[in-house]
Design a protein. Structure first.
Length: 161
């Protein structure tokens, strides 16, 4: 059985910034190749059973990155990708979802998860969010749920599948 937690922040004042500064260089990637997007997804999620997008074709990856409501951001550490996040503005224009977020294995343990999440949520507010949303599950990194809650995300739904 897998537990899925759905979390949100409805008030920017409830957002708790990380005290740790972001030491990775964060860059928005606007025209990545399908291979690069697939690499980020598999390298970041490989240890955490990310499987939803494994069957995607190059055309599906490129369509996702071409969607004007979607942004890909890559964290680099000394020239190497260290993690990434994907943001998606919903049709209501007020909700921005943190679709994917994670660190590559070599970047885990460098105390950058909270700092990178802070940067992601800052960008979500900049995108006009009135509601920031994310989900995580019992297959994700053991500290994922805690990281979201430390930043002020509150659980609004729990599902078992």
């Amino acid at each position: 059985m897998i537990t899925v937690w759905h979390l949100e922040i409805l008030d920017r004042a409830a957002f708790q910034r990380s005290a740790e500064p972001l030491r990775f260089r964060l860059e928005r990637v606007t025209a990545p190749s399908a291979a690069f997007l697939r690499f980020l997804y598999t390298a970041t999620g490989g240890d955490w059973s990310w499987t939803d997008r494994l069957p995607w074709t190059d055309a599906e990856w490129l369509a996702r990155q071409a969607d004007p409501a979607v942004e890909f951001w890559v964290a680099n550490d000394d020239g190497a990708p260290a993690g990434y996040f994907e943001l998606a503005r919903h049709e209501d224009g007020r909700t921005v979802e943190l679709s994917y977020f994670g660190l590559l294995p070599h970047a885990v343990g460098k105390k950058q998860g909270g700092a990178m999440l802070t940067a992601a949520v800052d960008r979500m507010w900049e995108m006009g969010a009135r509601r920031v949303y994310v989900n995580t599950c019992s297959l994700d990194h053991p500290r994922a749920l805690d990281n979201y809650q430390r930043r002020g995300f509150e659980i609004f739904d729990v599902r078992e599948r």
